[in-house]
Structures are given as structure tokens and as C-alpha cells.
Ligand binder design. Structure first.
Ligand SMILES: NC(=O)c1ccc[n+]([C@@H]2O[C@H](COP(=O)([O-])OP(=O)(O)OC[C@H]3O[C@@H](n4cnc5c(N)ncnc54)[C@H](O)[C@@H]3O)[C@@H](O)[C@H]2O)c1
Length: 459
């Protein structure tokens, strides 16, 4: 099929490339010329494992092209996927300005298309406009109205929320647990099913449902995952207050098959470009419909608290608000999770801003997220060439992302390199007992702190 992806971000680029890889003719459209120029030079503007090679292979085969030319991209496509961002606005509502701008462009292009290449009254050939962006219930209707305001030609609408995870996006799209399609007519549902059949050959389901339900599935899934994270963080905080160890509690709790052990790891709270904004969007859907999302309000509040509580631990270690002034702190991991260069809503950014505000110097290291971090913090922090180099002469190390390379570092080198052997571990990567044996002061989440005796006495 001839497909146009609108927005070549983490979703549009990955899904477009994977759709090209199954033989479709895919055009990736973006308003960001710099991104398109990079892609036309064979360079991916985002870090996603395996993506560069897949882009190059499909581009070379002529199935994957990149453009800023809206009119030809929209007119040539049988299926247009809207994959633009839907960030929170200042009130926490999903901001639909990019979705609606793209919709207006699509309507204009359909209207100006010669003959059948725009709209087509033949249901089997008319254009399908698919909303893949995560959007509040009712958005597909707004998109339809926006397109219809520009054209009287026939087109069909579908909702197709995306469930890929950054860092594992290609595998997630190629082997989805399920595909969700919202369609209000059988023909559109069938054509979307045909497109996705190659991805579910092992029998995973394609669910075809009404459009509002499909829109809601994505929010429900992300809200559930965010709830699990806030739940275990709240338990971790109770563990800390009462001298229990959340690792032990997790083990004991998660062996119950009804609970399971996925997404129940305590830490710095959720970040990234999806959970924070999607939880807020659910809360605002509740406000707008007078159906308060009370649980999700608490999920959000716990998440905010989690970062603050961790920063308070660092403050407390250094004595008082002024204690961090003049100190040098290493930060391992900037990306909001391993496997990506995405730093949107990353706890590390909040934390580094906090350290800078307190007058500390920060030296950060991340295997892939240095460039994206600079978009937020520019050169306010120093960037180390590797994890070991970040530790030279620092007063403490803060671990923000659980990249594999941080899981078993050379602790002897770390101790020798650091001015004082102090670790704040926001991901519970290390065993407190081992930290004690190695002479570190060690603070993690929901577990007993390790404070060597000499420090306890002097403090
Ligand atoms: N990132 C994820 O892991 C993920 C997973 C599932 C769903 N989603 C959802 O998918 C959507 C996109 O997320 P993302 O992370 O890929 O966003 P992104 O910010 O990485 O990419 C969006 C792209 O859209 C482009 N764009 C904006 N307006 C445009 C227009 N009018 N025409 C053409 N291009 C335009 C931007 O330049 C940008 O390149 C969001 O709704 C998000 O919630 C994201």
C-alpha cells in the first residue's frame, strides 16, 4: 500500500520504516526540514537500536522516502498516519494543535488532488486517515471535522494507537502483543487489518472496535502502567519509613500470580514523553466530563513526590540547602530510561536543575543522550566521555538511568576516583550489603541506607 506517515518522530519514523520493511511504499513527512535532510543523508535523527540499518535498507530499496512536501505526500497516499506529538498544554490537557494542523493540511491536499488521487467514493480505494498519535476520546471526530472543513471528497477515519516502547520499538512494532484498530465501517477495518496481518502471523490478536474505545485503550494502558510505578514507589517510601526493604517486599508480593512482577520496580518515578502527559490527559478528560479521575490524580502526585523525596535525600546528606554549593556531583544516565536518547520529562533533568540551583557543579554521562540533554541544559553541566571519567574528584554519584553499563562498574576505581565515596542510586542497581563492604555511603529507594560508622558518628 502507499502510506504517508505524518511526523517522523519516535513513532512515525519507526512505524513507517517497519511498514516499508513489509513491502509497503512509505513516505515519511515532517515539517522539520533538518530532520528530513538528515534522513535523506541516511542519518536517523533519533537513537533507536537497529533503526539506522533498517532505514538504510528500505530507503535503498526505494520503499522509504522522506519529504517536507505535504501536498504530494498526502495526495499520493492510500493511508495517511498522523503521528505528530500531543504534548500537555499548560493546563495538562492534550494539546491537539499539531494533530489539527496536519488534519487541515490533509483536507486541503485531498481537495486539490486531481481526479481520484484525492478522495474517492469507492470505499475500497478512498483515502484512510489514521490517528496514531495518543489522543483524548473524541479527537478522531475533531480530525474528521477539520478535514471535512476543507473538502467534500470522500475519506475514511481510523484510530490506531501505538504501543511501542522506545529502546525496543522495532521489535514491539514487528511483533506486537496486539494491534488495536478503531473503525466505524467494515471496509476501513478490513483494509487496516490487511495492513497489519504480516505483523501478527504468530497469532497475536488484531482488535477492531469503535473509534472512541480505541482512543481510550491507549490511555487506559498507559495509566495502568503509571499506576503500577506509583504504587510500588509509595510502598518503597513506606518501607523506608518503617525499616523494611522494598526488594524483599517486592519478591514476596510479586510471587502472587495475580500481581506479577512487571512494572513494579521502585525508582525516581516515571518520565518520558508518554506516561506523564497521558496521565495528565486522563485527569483532564475526567475534569471535562465531570468524572473525576481521583486515582490518577494520586498517581501523578506520588510521581511528583518521588523526585522531590530523592532530591531531599541528597540535600540532607550535604547538610542543609547551602550544603551542595561548590560540590561536584556526577550523574550517570540522562535518558528517561535505557535504550533511548529521549530526555523528555526525564527525572535526571529535574534533578540536575535542582543540583545547579543549589550551586553544585554537575558532570553528566549518558551513552546516547548527551545531545538531547543539551536541548534542555545546554552547557550548564559538563559532559564526561564515559562513566568512569565522570567520577573524577566528585563529592557524590547520582544514578538516574539503569543502562546496562552502570550495573556492575569497577567500584575500586570509582572509590579511588571520587573525592568522597557517596552514591545516590535512583534505580536500586547495587546491593546495599556490597556497598557497605566496599565502604560506600549508599542511598537507594525503599531500602536501608548504608552509612559507614565513621560518617554516622561525625554526622
Ligand atoms: N514516543 C513513544 O514512545 C510513543 C509511543 C506510543 C505512542 N506515542 C504517541 O505518538 C505521538 C508521537 O510521539 P513521538 O514521540 O513520535 O513524537 P515526536 O515529538 O518524536 O515526533 C513528532 C514529529 O511530528 C512532527 N510534526 C509536527 N507537526 C507536524 C505537521 N503538521 N506535519 C508534519 N509533521 C509534523 C514534528 O516535527 C516531529 O518530528 C504522540 O501522541 C505520543 O503520545 C509515542
Amino acid at each position: 500500500m502507499r502510506i504517508t506517515m505524518v511526523g517522523t518522530g519516535y513513532v512515525g519514523l519507526v512505524t513507517g520504516t517497519c511498514l516499508a520493511n513489509t513491502g509497503n511504499d512509505v513516505t515519511c513527512l515532517d515539517v522539520d526540514k533538518a530532520k528530513i535532510d538528515k534522513l535523506n543523508n541516511g542519518i536517523s535523527p533519533i537513537y533507536e537500536p537497529g533503526l539506522d540499518e533498517l532505514i538504510q535498507r528500505n530507503a535503498a530499496a526505494g520503499r522509504l522516502t522522506f519529504t517536507t512536501d505535504k501536498v504530494s505526500a498526502y495526495q499520493s497516499a492510500e493511508i495517511v498516519f498522523i503521528c505528530v506529538g500531543t504534548p500537555s498544554d499548560e493546563k495538562g490537557h492534550a494539546d491537539l494543535k499539531y494533530v489539527l494542523a496536519a488534519s487541515a493540511d490533509i483536507g486541503k491536499a485531498i481537495e486539490s488532488a486531481p481526479g481520484d488521487s484525492g478522495g474517492n467514493s469507492d470505499e475500497r480505494r478512498a483515502k484512510i486517515v489514521v490517528v496514531k498519535s495518543t489522543v483524548p476520546v473524541g479527537t478522531n471526530e475533531k480530525v474528521r471535522a477539520q478535514i471535512q472543513a476543507q473538502t467534500s471528497k470522500t475519506f475514511f477515519m481510523a484510530s490506531n494507537p501505538e504501543f511501542l516502547k522506545e529502546g525496543a520499538a522495532i521489535n514491539d512494532f514487528n511483533k506486537p502483543d496486539r494491534v488495536v484498530i478503531g473503525a466505524n465501517d467494515k471496509g476501513t477495518g478490513d483494509r487496516m487489518r490487511d495492513l497489519y496481518e504480516p505483523f501478527v502471523r504468530q497469532g497475536n490478536p488484531i482488535f477492531i472496535m469503535d473509534i472512541p474505545s480505541a482512543e481510550m485503550v491507549k490511555y487506559a494502558a498507559n495509566a495502568m502502567l503509571a499506576t503500577k510505578i506509583s504504587f510500588i514507589n509509595e510502598i518503597a517510601n513506606l518501607c523506608e519509613s518503617y525499616g523494611a526493604d522494598v526488594d524483599e517486599v517486592r519478591r514476596g508480593m510479586c510471587s502472587d500470580k495475580r500481581i506479577g512482577n512487571q512494572f513494579l520496580y521502585p525508582g525516581l518515578g516515571y518520565g518520558g514523553s508518554c506516561f506523564p502527559k497521558d496521565v495528565l490527559a486522563c485527569i483532564s478528560m475526567g475534569e471535562l466530563s465531570d468524572t473525576p479521575a481521583t486515582l490518577l490524580e494520586a498517581v501523578h502526585a506520588v510521581n511528583q513526590h518521588q523526585r522531590n523525596a530523592f532530591m531531599a535525600k541528597i540535600d540532607k546528606h550535604f547538610g542543609d540547602a547551602a550544603g551542595l554549593s561548590g560540590k561536584k556531583i556526577a550523574v550517570w544516565g540522562i535518558a528517561f530510561k535505557p535504550g533511548t536518547d529521549d530526555v523528555r520529562e526525564a527525572p535526571s533533568i529535574t534533578l540536575m536543575e535542582h543540583l545547579l540551583e543549589r550551586g553544585a557543579a554537575v558532570v553528566a554521562y549518558d551513552p546516547v543522550a548527551e545531545e538531547t540533554c543539551k536541548e534542555y541544559l545546554a552547557d550548564k553541566v559538563a559532559y564526561a566521555k564515559d562513566a568512569a571519567a565522570a567520577l573524577e574528584g566528585v563529592d557524590a554519584l547520582v544514578v538516574c538511568t539503569d543502562w546496562d553499563e552502570f550495573k556492575f562498574p569497577d567500584f575500586d576505581h570509582a572509590k579511588a576516583a571520587m573525592k568522597s565515596p557517596v552514591i545516590f542510586d535512583g534505580r536500586n542497581l547495587y546491593r546495599p550489603e556490597m556497598m557497605r563492604e566496599m565502604g560506600f555511603t549508599y542511598h537507594s529507594v525503599g531500602r536501608h541506607p548504608v552509612v559507614p560508622e565513621a560518617v554516622q558518628q561525625s554526622g
